[in-house]
Design a protein around this ligand. Structure first.
Ligand code: ADP
Ligand code: ZN
Length: 722
């Protein structure tokens, strides 16, 4: 039908694949910018987003255009602000635009037709009996609820609802689903802030347009309560709010707290959701129904319709950096989003990152302080244990001083946390006879013994072998020796030293999912266990009232390796771990076992020399022309054959920009030369912050052709240099 052809619209559609631009399609119907559509692509049907309309193409190409096969007209379009955000993020991080879009379409079932659910609305409230009045009390006029929600809130049985429906008190309606956090009640709980909190909150509440505020306060100072005030303000304006948390901190404790304050669960977004939950939340956010989303970094990519505030809790946390696939830093991208949409951004931490502190100094961010714990609770007292003097032998890791402190704590019926950020039994296993070290076949890394599983594991690729009885090199029997401690080994030592006390390990091996974690945390909370041996999983946000003693087995652990942020990270992590001690009425004690008691980090932790420490760190970074005074970009070339990788990395270096404002170092073999069977070489760009480094790099990379067998990863603002 040739007449109809004239009515066709030409649009370009971005697809969620590693492509840099949108492709043109013909659409029989008018479609708008941002609409979700299905298009044919290489023999498949894929969901994409209309990225441009009224596109002009040459006549000869017109004939070749394929047609949009479906338009999701029941979903609102992706908002303009979100589209601009994805474009800017792609440009800044140098990830292909299509890959960035994919992050926003990470709920594949969101596009399936809705499964109908029967819900109820309040219809008539005359002459209710008491039970029925209870039901009416939990329902808002005009809002549809699922039967399960009503029975839970009103503590009634399903038959009450049936009867009410029969008598016309409730009206049956077809609901698409029960979107989360539609109607948070900001009057649910009144909270009385103390003077410092009030002052902090009032500054946060002043911010309406784009402004970044650092809420900087010691653990337990009530930072959450304070930023909830800003959340409330945004809710009063009927805006959506995003609260970002490190994945691990998305524990029930936080959610319960939210529910106590707002009378409903927040919408959740993290890696453990079921496809059905992802669908529900994604759609409810896209439709503007869900008001508060609490999520891990990827929650930044939900298609908010009317965002009014972003909070980044624990802003210094390295897990905000996504290191695989699309490499980006969620904290920085939250600020980008704020700048684009003119939103206030609140960064929250007890130990802010140097980047953020630098931005405060430059006047770009405002700082709001909460100097003391809420309710007069004292900060824990820190003690340094000099292991040069106290270390007894290579097989034991708990010093006498720490043991005595543990004795004292346990006698009083309180809990002890021993912190060691190392999973497994021992980080290295070797043969006592020939010195053979167990290394992964596929990575340049040692295998870690896991006693509980009777195997050796690679923590990088997941490779495991059963622990052999004979050395595979010299065949000597029973010659394998563990070197250094992991949490399992500390557990054995604890059992030996405190046979009458209960102990457990909390690591990603014992708490593999949120449910396990919840069980273990509940055990600790209800004091079913006396001694907890934990990795960094324990450090975040948990509140254990009976925990009054923290022992850090190896406070020096994070200082090794010479990473740019080694000192900063150690200070942050140990501060956070220390914050677990004595959060309630009992003051806490923290014991740091170190071989370097004079180290600046240990001294900063010991007495509150935080500001001096940060000054010295900043000065060292400035001297070395390192971030936050310069910008780094890491490039990693990887491939199966080392020769090819090295060769290409050298070719890259030959045409590298070298100016007054840009230096390129390398190539050098990566510290983990091999990972998952691939060899890796690194180059590092150090650039003046005032230049458009992305443009420089694009130009540079445009001069070489990447062999198909190799992969080149670009990491803007790298956190990891492995
Ligand atoms: P932070 O996030 O700074 O570690 P929290 O917000 O978790 O601190 O507060 C620590 C504890 O003190 C929590 O149990 C919290 O409920 C309580 N708290 C803080 N401020 C108040 C307040 N104004 N009124 C009542 N309880 C408060
Ligand atoms: Zn491996």
């Amino acid at each position: 039908m040739p007449e109809e052809k004239k009515n066709n619209y030409i649009v370009s559609v971005l697809v969620p694949y590693p492509v840099d631009k949108a492709y043109s399609y013909i659409s029989p119907e008018k479609v708008g910018l941002g609409q979700y559509v299905v298009v044919p692509l290489g023999g498949r049907e894929v969901t994409g987003v209309v990225w441009a309309v009224d596109v002009s193409v040459e006549d000869k190409l017109l004939k070749k255009l394929k047609a949009v096969s479906h338009i999701y007209s029941d979903l609102p379009s992706m908002p303009d602000g979100h589209i601009r955000f994805l474009e800017k993020l792609s440009a800044y991080t140098m990830n292909p635009l299509g890959s960035v879009l994919k992050m926003s379409l990470s709920a594949p079932r969101a596009f399936d037709p809705p499964a109908p659910i029967t819900g109820y609305k309040l219809a008539n409230t005359d002459s209710l009996n008491p039970k029925q009045r209870q039901v009416a009390a939990v329902m808002k006029e005009g809002v549809a609820y699922r039967a399960a929600t009503i029975t839970r809130r009103a503590h009634c049985s399903a038959s009450v609802i049936k009867t009410m429906a029969k008598h016309g008190f409730l009206k049956e309606v077809i609901m698409e689903s029960d979107p989360p956090c539609v109607d948070p009640d900001f009057n649910h709980k009144d909270i009385e802030l103390n003077e410092a909190q009030k002052k902090a909150a009032s500054i946060l509440l002043e911010k309406t347009g784009f402004a970044v505020t650092l809420l900087d306060g010691v653990t337990g100072s009530g930072k959450t309560e304070v930023y909830f005030e800003a959340v409330t303000q945004a809710l009063k304006l009927n805006k959506q709010v995003l609260i970002l948390l490190p994945e691990i901190a998305l524990s029930n404790a936080f959610l319960e707290r939210f529910e106590q304050r707002y009378g409903c669960q927040p919408a959740l977004w993290h890696s453990e959701l079921t496809p059905a939950q992802r669908r529900e939340t994604w759609r409810a956010v896209a439709k503007g129904q869900s008001k508060v989303v609490i999520g891990a970094r990827s929650a930044l990519f939900l298609p908010y319709t009317d965002l009014g505030l972003i909070v980044v809790d624990e802003e210094h946390d390295p897990s905000y950096k996504q290191e695989e696939g699309v490499i980006y830093n969620a904290r920085d991208m939250a600020v980008l989003r704020g700048a684009l949409d003119k939103l206030p951004i609140i960064l929250v931490s007890a130990t802010p990152s140097l980047e953020t502190i630098h931005n405060v100094k430059l006047g770009r961010y405002e700082e709001v302080k909460l100097p003391a714990r809420f309710g007069g609770a004292l900060l824990p007292k820190v003690h340094l244990i000099d292991m040069k003097e106290e270390r007894e032998d290579a097989q034991h890791f708990i010093s006498n001083t720490l043991k005595e402190a543990m004795d004292y704590t346990l006698e009083r019926g309180e809990q002890v946390l021993l912190f060691l950020n190392r999973r497994g039994y021992a980080p290295l296993t070797l043969c006592r006879h020939c010195g053979h070290r167990y290394e992964c076949d596929r990575c340049s890394a040692w295998l870690v013994e896991h006693k509980s599983r009777h195997n050796l594991q690679c923590h990088h690729c997941g490779y495991t072998v059963k622990k052999p009885t004979n050395c595979p090199e010299c065949n000597e029997a029973d010659s394998l020796t563990a070197c250094g401690p992991g949490v399992e080994r500390i557990f054995d030592e604890v059992k030996e030293l405190f046979p009458d006390h209960t102990a457990l390990i909390l690591s990603s091996d014992t708490a593999e999912n949120q449910a396990d974690l919840k069980t273990i945390l509940a055990k600790i909370q209800s004091k079913k266990v006396d001694i907890i041996i934990g990795t960094q999983i324990i450090a975040k946000g948990h509140h254990f009232p009976k925990l009054t003693c923290v022992g850090v087995i190896d406070a020096d652990l994070g200082l090794a390796g010479g990473d740019l942020r080694a000192s900063e990270r150690t200070w942050q992590l140990l501060n956070q771990v220390s914050g677990r001690a004595g959060r309630a009425e009992d003051p806490g004690h923290v014991y740091l076992q170190t071989f370097y008691p004079d180290n600046l980090v240990m001294q900063a932790l010991l007495s509150d020399k935080r500001d001096a420490f940060l000054e010295i760190e900043l000065e060292a970074r400035e001297q070395a022309f390192m971030p936050p005074f310069s910008r780094l970009v890491g490039l990693v070339v990887s491939g199966v054959k080392e020769q090819e990788v090295m060769h290409f990395a050298q070719e890259l270096a030959k045409v590298a920009p070298q100016t007054d404002q840009v230096k390129v170092l390398g190539p050098a073999p990566a510290p983990f030369l091999r990972l998952r069977n691939r060899y890796r070489y690194r180059l590092l760009v150090i650039a003046d912050k005032n230049i458009d480094i992305q443009k420089t790099i694009r130009h540079w990379l445009g001069q070489v052709k990447l062999p198909t067998k190799l992969k080149l990863t670009v990491d803007v603002d790298p956190m990891s240099f492995l």
